[in-house]
Design a binder for this molecule. Structure first.
Ligand code: KG4
Ligand code: ZN
Length: 355
Protein backbone atom coordinates (compact mmCIF):
# COMPACT_ATOMS: atom_id res chain seq x y z
CA UNK A 1 0.00 0.00 0.00
CA UNK A 2 1.33 3.42 -0.87
CA UNK A 3 1.32 5.86 1.99
CA UNK A 4 1.43 9.59 1.51
CA UNK A 5 3.68 11.57 3.81
CA UNK A 6 1.98 14.18 5.97
CA UNK A 7 2.35 17.30 3.91
CA UNK A 8 4.32 20.23 5.22
CA UNK A 9 5.73 23.11 3.33
CA UNK A 10 6.71 26.23 5.17
CA UNK A 11 8.64 27.10 8.31
CA UNK A 12 8.28 24.51 11.07
CA UNK A 13 6.40 25.50 14.19
CA UNK A 14 7.61 22.67 16.43
CA UNK A 15 10.73 20.59 17.09
CA UNK A 16 12.43 18.49 14.41
CA UNK A 17 14.14 15.12 14.88
CA UNK A 18 17.23 14.38 12.78
CA UNK A 19 18.91 11.00 12.28
CA UNK A 20 22.38 10.37 10.78
CA UNK A 21 23.67 6.91 9.81
CA UNK A 22 25.56 7.34 6.53
CA UNK A 23 28.96 6.09 7.70
CA UNK A 24 30.29 4.99 11.08
CA UNK A 25 28.40 7.25 13.48
CA UNK A 26 24.82 6.69 14.57
CA UNK A 27 23.39 10.01 15.68
CA UNK A 28 20.08 11.55 16.69
CA UNK A 29 19.24 15.14 17.57
CA UNK A 30 16.19 17.25 18.33
CA UNK A 31 16.18 20.93 17.40
CA UNK A 32 13.66 23.65 18.17
CA UNK A 33 12.38 25.50 15.07
CA UNK A 34 14.83 28.37 15.71
CA UNK A 35 17.77 25.94 15.69
CA UNK A 36 18.20 25.64 19.46
CA UNK A 37 19.64 22.19 20.18
CA UNK A 38 17.27 20.43 22.57
CA UNK A 39 19.15 17.10 22.57
CA UNK A 40 22.00 15.49 20.66
CA UNK A 41 23.45 12.00 20.74
CA UNK A 42 26.33 10.48 18.76
CA UNK A 43 27.51 6.89 18.99
CA UNK A 44 30.82 6.22 17.26
CA UNK A 45 31.57 2.79 15.81
CA UNK A 46 35.34 3.35 15.72
CA UNK A 47 36.00 0.45 18.12
CA UNK A 48 34.05 -1.97 15.92
CA UNK A 49 36.02 -1.04 12.77
CA UNK A 50 39.48 -0.42 14.26
CA UNK A 51 40.64 -4.02 13.89
CA UNK A 52 39.99 -3.80 10.12
CA UNK A 53 41.79 -0.48 9.65
CA UNK A 54 38.71 1.11 8.06
CA UNK A 55 34.92 1.10 7.97
CA UNK A 56 33.37 -2.29 7.11
CA UNK A 57 29.94 -1.53 5.55
CA UNK A 58 28.17 -4.67 6.79
CA UNK A 59 29.39 -4.17 10.36
CA UNK A 60 28.38 -0.50 10.15
CA UNK A 61 24.82 -1.33 9.03
CA UNK A 62 24.33 -3.87 11.82
CA UNK A 63 25.72 -1.47 14.42
CA UNK A 64 23.34 1.29 13.23
CA UNK A 65 20.44 -1.14 13.45
CA UNK A 66 21.18 -2.12 17.00
CA UNK A 67 21.74 1.50 18.12
CA UNK A 68 19.25 3.73 16.34
CA UNK A 69 16.09 3.00 18.27
CA UNK A 70 17.57 3.53 21.77
CA UNK A 71 19.52 6.58 20.60
CA UNK A 72 16.40 8.30 19.25
CA UNK A 73 14.44 7.40 22.40
CA UNK A 74 17.25 8.86 24.49
CA UNK A 75 17.34 12.11 22.50
CA UNK A 76 13.56 12.52 22.70
CA UNK A 77 13.65 11.79 26.43
CA UNK A 78 16.32 14.43 27.01
CA UNK A 79 14.28 16.95 25.02
CA UNK A 80 11.20 15.99 27.08
CA UNK A 81 9.28 15.16 23.91
CA UNK A 82 7.41 12.32 22.23
CA UNK A 83 7.12 11.57 18.51
CA UNK A 84 3.70 13.23 18.52
CA UNK A 85 5.24 16.57 19.59
CA UNK A 86 7.52 16.77 16.53
CA UNK A 87 6.92 18.92 13.45
CA UNK A 88 8.96 16.70 11.15
CA UNK A 89 11.32 13.73 11.13
CA UNK A 90 14.45 13.90 8.96
CA UNK A 91 17.14 11.37 8.11
CA UNK A 92 20.25 11.30 5.96
CA UNK A 93 19.29 9.56 2.71
CA UNK A 94 22.66 9.83 0.96
CA UNK A 95 25.39 9.91 -0.08
CA UNK A 96 26.92 7.17 2.04
CA UNK A 97 26.94 3.45 2.75
CA UNK A 98 23.62 2.06 1.60
CA UNK A 99 23.11 -0.32 4.54
CA UNK A 100 23.42 2.45 7.11
CA UNK A 101 21.32 4.86 5.06
CA UNK A 102 18.50 2.31 4.84
CA UNK A 103 18.58 1.79 8.62
CA UNK A 104 18.35 5.50 9.49
CA UNK A 105 15.87 6.51 6.83
CA UNK A 106 13.80 3.34 7.34
CA UNK A 107 13.53 4.14 11.04
CA UNK A 108 12.61 7.77 10.29
CA UNK A 109 9.97 6.77 7.75
CA UNK A 110 8.46 4.21 10.14
CA UNK A 111 8.29 6.76 12.95
CA UNK A 112 6.84 9.40 10.61
CA UNK A 113 4.16 7.00 9.36
CA UNK A 114 3.24 5.90 12.88
CA UNK A 115 3.09 9.46 14.24
CA UNK A 116 1.54 11.01 11.12
CA UNK A 117 4.49 13.38 10.64
CA UNK A 118 6.26 14.70 7.52
CA UNK A 119 9.50 12.94 6.52
CA UNK A 120 12.54 14.64 4.99
CA UNK A 121 15.29 12.82 3.08
CA UNK A 122 18.39 14.89 3.75
CA UNK A 123 21.52 15.04 1.62
CA UNK A 124 24.50 14.53 3.97
CA UNK A 125 26.66 17.03 2.06
CA UNK A 126 23.92 19.67 2.19
CA UNK A 127 23.70 19.11 5.94
CA UNK A 128 27.47 19.70 6.30
CA UNK A 129 27.15 22.77 4.05
CA UNK A 130 24.43 24.43 6.14
CA UNK A 131 25.65 23.57 9.68
CA UNK A 132 27.61 26.80 10.06
CA UNK A 133 24.33 28.75 9.67
CA UNK A 134 22.99 27.25 12.89
CA UNK A 135 22.10 30.37 14.95
CA UNK A 136 24.60 31.22 17.67
CA UNK A 137 27.51 29.22 16.24
CA UNK A 138 29.43 32.15 14.90
CA UNK A 139 29.33 35.87 15.60
CA UNK A 140 27.54 36.45 12.31
CA UNK A 141 25.49 33.81 10.49
CA UNK A 142 27.21 33.04 7.14
CA UNK A 143 25.35 34.77 4.36
CA UNK A 144 24.91 33.31 0.88
CA UNK A 145 26.94 32.85 -1.20
CA UNK A 146 29.82 31.39 0.82
CA UNK A 147 32.51 28.81 0.18
CA UNK A 148 32.51 25.40 1.84
CA UNK A 149 35.60 23.24 2.18
CA UNK A 150 34.41 19.78 3.12
CA UNK A 151 37.40 17.79 4.35
CA UNK A 152 36.38 14.40 5.70
CA UNK A 153 37.23 10.73 5.42
CA UNK A 154 34.74 10.24 2.60
CA UNK A 155 34.70 13.63 0.88
CA UNK A 156 37.01 16.40 -0.28
CA UNK A 157 35.02 19.11 -1.92
CA UNK A 158 35.13 22.81 -2.52
CA UNK A 159 31.60 24.12 -2.96
CA UNK A 160 29.97 27.50 -3.50
CA UNK A 161 26.87 27.51 -1.29
CA UNK A 162 24.56 29.88 -3.19
CA UNK A 163 21.37 29.37 -1.18
CA UNK A 164 19.50 26.50 0.46
CA UNK A 165 19.16 23.86 -2.25
CA UNK A 166 21.59 25.52 -4.68
CA UNK A 167 25.21 24.44 -4.66
CA UNK A 168 27.98 24.72 -7.21
CA UNK A 169 30.85 22.30 -6.93
CA UNK A 170 34.11 24.10 -7.69
CA UNK A 171 36.32 21.07 -7.14
CA UNK A 172 36.47 17.58 -5.75
CA UNK A 173 39.03 14.86 -5.26
CA UNK A 174 40.23 12.98 -8.31
CA UNK A 175 41.19 9.96 -6.18
CA UNK A 176 41.38 9.69 -2.37
CA UNK A 177 39.50 11.94 0.04
CA UNK A 178 41.84 14.00 2.23
CA UNK A 179 40.89 12.12 5.43
CA UNK A 180 41.40 8.85 3.59
CA UNK A 181 44.90 10.04 2.64
CA UNK A 182 45.60 10.80 6.31
CA UNK A 183 44.28 7.38 7.35
CA UNK A 184 46.25 5.46 4.70
CA UNK A 185 49.45 7.38 5.41
CA UNK A 186 49.03 6.83 9.15
CA UNK A 187 48.64 3.11 8.50
CA UNK A 188 51.91 3.10 6.51
CA UNK A 189 53.58 4.76 9.50
CA UNK A 190 52.21 2.11 11.85
CA UNK A 191 49.79 4.51 13.60
CA UNK A 192 46.36 3.40 14.90
CA UNK A 193 42.99 3.96 13.13
CA UNK A 194 41.57 6.56 12.60
CA UNK A 195 44.91 7.89 11.48
CA UNK A 196 44.28 11.62 11.18
CA UNK A 197 44.52 12.59 14.87
CA UNK A 198 47.42 10.15 15.47
CA UNK A 199 49.32 11.53 12.49
CA UNK A 200 48.78 15.13 13.61
CA UNK A 201 50.04 14.26 17.10
CA UNK A 202 53.28 12.64 15.92
CA UNK A 203 53.83 15.34 13.26
CA UNK A 204 54.20 17.92 16.06
CA UNK A 205 57.63 16.49 16.90
CA UNK A 206 58.75 16.09 13.27
CA UNK A 207 60.43 18.34 10.71
CA UNK A 208 57.99 19.32 7.93
CA UNK A 209 60.90 20.02 5.57
CA UNK A 210 62.60 16.65 6.15
CA UNK A 211 61.24 15.03 2.99
CA UNK A 212 60.24 16.93 -0.17
CA UNK A 213 56.99 15.10 -0.93
CA UNK A 214 54.96 15.81 -4.09
CA UNK A 215 52.09 18.27 -4.04
CA UNK A 216 49.75 17.08 -6.82
CA UNK A 217 47.94 19.82 -8.80
CA UNK A 218 49.74 22.63 -6.94
CA UNK A 219 49.68 25.91 -8.93
CA UNK A 220 47.32 24.37 -11.48
CA UNK A 221 44.02 26.15 -12.17
CA UNK A 222 40.81 25.00 -10.51
CA UNK A 223 39.90 23.54 -7.14
CA UNK A 224 40.22 19.78 -7.68
CA UNK A 225 42.31 17.73 -5.26
CA UNK A 226 44.51 14.68 -5.73
CA UNK A 227 46.19 12.81 -2.90
CA UNK A 228 47.01 9.32 -4.16
CA UNK A 229 50.42 10.35 -5.59
CA UNK A 230 51.35 11.81 -2.23
CA UNK A 231 50.32 8.62 -0.47
CA UNK A 232 52.34 6.51 -2.94
CA UNK A 233 55.39 8.72 -2.34
CA UNK A 234 55.04 8.07 1.40
CA UNK A 235 54.73 4.32 0.73
CA UNK A 236 57.98 4.42 -1.25
CA UNK A 237 59.69 6.44 1.45
CA UNK A 238 58.61 3.95 4.11
CA UNK A 239 59.71 0.99 1.96
CA UNK A 240 63.13 2.62 1.52
CA UNK A 241 63.61 2.56 5.31
CA UNK A 242 63.84 -1.25 5.21
CA UNK A 243 61.75 -3.81 7.06
CA UNK A 244 60.67 -3.55 10.68
CA UNK A 245 59.02 -0.75 12.62
CA UNK A 246 60.00 2.80 11.69
CA UNK A 247 62.12 4.73 14.17
CA UNK A 248 59.88 7.23 15.98
CA UNK A 249 61.89 10.22 14.74
CA UNK A 250 61.66 9.05 11.11
CA UNK A 251 57.90 8.45 11.38
CA UNK A 252 57.51 11.93 12.92
CA UNK A 253 59.48 13.55 10.07
CA UNK A 254 57.45 11.71 7.42
CA UNK A 255 54.18 12.63 9.17
CA UNK A 256 55.19 16.30 9.40
CA UNK A 257 56.29 16.33 5.74
CA UNK A 258 53.02 14.70 4.65
CA UNK A 259 50.94 17.16 6.67
CA UNK A 260 52.90 20.08 5.19
CA UNK A 261 52.21 18.80 1.66
CA UNK A 262 48.46 18.42 2.33
CA UNK A 263 48.36 21.88 3.92
CA UNK A 264 50.05 23.44 0.86
CA UNK A 265 47.59 21.70 -1.46
CA UNK A 266 44.53 22.84 0.49
CA UNK A 267 45.80 26.43 0.76
CA UNK A 268 46.47 26.56 -2.99
CA UNK A 269 43.01 25.20 -3.84
CA UNK A 270 41.28 27.65 -1.50
CA UNK A 271 43.16 30.58 -3.05
CA UNK A 272 41.89 29.44 -6.47
CA UNK A 273 38.33 29.23 -5.11
CA UNK A 274 38.52 32.90 -4.07
CA UNK A 275 39.49 33.80 -7.62
CA UNK A 276 36.49 31.86 -8.96
CA UNK A 277 34.02 33.26 -6.43
CA UNK A 278 34.91 36.80 -5.51
CA UNK A 279 31.33 37.17 -4.27
CA UNK A 280 31.84 34.66 -1.42
CA UNK A 281 31.00 36.24 1.95
CA UNK A 282 33.21 33.84 3.97
CA UNK A 283 34.64 30.32 4.09
CA UNK A 284 33.19 27.48 6.11
CA UNK A 285 35.20 24.33 6.85
CA UNK A 286 33.66 21.01 7.82
CA UNK A 287 34.72 17.38 8.18
CA UNK A 288 37.09 15.66 10.58
CA UNK A 289 40.24 16.96 8.86
CA UNK A 290 39.10 20.52 9.62
CA UNK A 291 40.06 19.80 13.23
CA UNK A 292 43.75 19.61 12.25
CA UNK A 293 45.38 22.66 13.87
CA UNK A 294 48.11 23.11 11.22
CA UNK A 295 45.54 22.99 8.40
CA UNK A 296 43.18 25.36 10.21
CA UNK A 297 45.97 27.86 10.88
CA UNK A 298 47.06 27.87 7.23
CA UNK A 299 43.52 28.19 5.87
CA UNK A 300 42.96 31.09 8.27
CA UNK A 301 46.03 32.80 6.79
CA UNK A 302 44.77 32.32 3.23
CA UNK A 303 41.39 33.75 4.22
CA UNK A 304 42.92 36.74 5.98
CA UNK A 305 45.03 37.50 2.90
CA UNK A 306 41.81 37.54 0.85
CA UNK A 307 39.95 39.65 3.44
CA UNK A 308 37.52 36.82 4.31
CA UNK A 309 36.65 35.09 7.57
CA UNK A 310 37.14 31.37 8.16
CA UNK A 311 34.26 29.84 10.06
CA UNK A 312 34.85 26.46 11.66
CA UNK A 313 31.93 25.00 13.61
CA UNK A 314 32.91 23.23 16.86
CA UNK A 315 34.42 19.83 16.16
CA UNK A 316 31.37 17.82 17.22
CA UNK A 317 29.35 19.67 14.54
CA UNK A 318 32.17 19.51 11.94
CA UNK A 319 32.19 15.71 12.02
CA UNK A 320 29.16 13.52 11.33
CA UNK A 321 26.25 14.37 13.61
CA UNK A 322 22.46 14.59 13.56
CA UNK A 323 22.17 18.25 14.55
CA UNK A 324 23.16 19.12 10.99
CA UNK A 325 20.47 16.79 9.61
CA UNK A 326 17.67 18.36 11.66
CA UNK A 327 19.00 21.86 10.84
CA UNK A 328 19.07 21.12 7.10
CA UNK A 329 15.43 20.03 7.37
CA UNK A 330 14.52 23.29 9.14
CA UNK A 331 16.39 25.33 6.49
CA UNK A 332 14.67 23.43 3.67
CA UNK A 333 11.20 23.83 5.11
CA UNK A 334 11.89 27.47 5.92
CA UNK A 335 12.78 27.93 2.26
CA UNK A 336 9.34 26.49 1.46
CA UNK A 337 10.66 23.20 0.04
CA UNK A 338 8.08 20.44 0.51
CA UNK A 339 8.54 17.36 2.73
CA UNK A 340 9.46 14.11 0.95
CA UNK A 341 7.40 11.13 -0.10
CA UNK A 342 7.84 7.87 1.81
CA UNK A 343 8.94 6.30 -1.47
CA UNK A 344 11.97 8.59 -1.66
CA UNK A 345 14.92 6.22 -2.07
CA UNK A 346 18.33 6.29 -0.37
CA UNK A 347 21.20 7.15 -2.70
CA UNK A 348 24.77 5.95 -2.14
CA UNK A 349 25.78 8.65 -4.63
CA UNK A 350 23.95 11.94 -4.47
CA UNK A 351 25.93 14.94 -5.76
CA UNK A 352 25.10 18.27 -4.17
CA UNK A 353 24.67 19.91 -7.55
CA UNK A 354 21.77 17.57 -8.41
CA UNK A 355 19.59 18.94 -5.60
O1 KG4 B 1 34.02 13.99 9.12
P1 KG4 B 1 34.55 12.72 9.69
O2 KG4 B 1 34.47 12.53 11.18
O3 KG4 B 1 33.84 11.48 9.08
C1 KG4 B 1 33.65 11.25 7.74
O4 KG4 B 1 34.61 10.86 7.06
O5 KG4 B 1 32.50 11.45 7.28
O6 KG4 B 1 36.07 12.64 9.23
C2 KG4 B 1 36.88 11.58 9.62
C3 KG4 B 1 38.22 11.76 8.94
C4 KG4 B 1 39.14 10.57 9.15
O7 KG4 B 1 39.72 10.27 7.92
C5 KG4 B 1 40.14 11.10 10.16
O8 KG4 B 1 41.39 10.49 10.06
C6 KG4 B 1 40.21 12.57 9.78
O9 KG4 B 1 38.88 12.91 9.48
N1 KG4 B 1 40.71 13.37 10.89
C7 KG4 B 1 41.85 14.10 10.85
C8 KG4 B 1 42.00 14.68 12.13
N2 KG4 B 1 40.93 14.30 12.89
C9 KG4 B 1 40.15 13.51 12.12
N3 KG4 B 1 42.73 14.29 9.86
C10 KG4 B 1 43.78 15.10 10.14
N4 KG4 B 1 44.01 15.68 11.34
C11 KG4 B 1 43.14 15.51 12.35
N5 KG4 B 1 43.37 16.08 13.53
ZN1 ZN C 1 30.25 13.65 6.78
Amino acid sequence: MERKAASLSGPVSGPVLGIESSCDETAAAVLAPDGTILAERVLSQIAEHAAFGGVVPEIAARAHLSAVSALVADALHEAGLRFGDLSAIAATAGPGLIGGLLVGSGFAKGAAIAAGKPYLAINHLEAHALTARLPGLSEKQPQFPYLLLLLSGGHSQCVAVERVGQYRQLGTTLDDAVGEAFDKTAKLLGLPYPGGPALEAIAKTGNPAAYPLPRPLLHRPGCDFSFSGLKTAVAQLVAAQGTGALAHAVAADIAASFQAAVTDILADRLANAFALREDASCVVVAGGVASNAAIRARLTEVCEAAGKTLIAPPLRLCTDNAVMVAWAAIERLGGLAPADDFNTPCRPRWPLESL
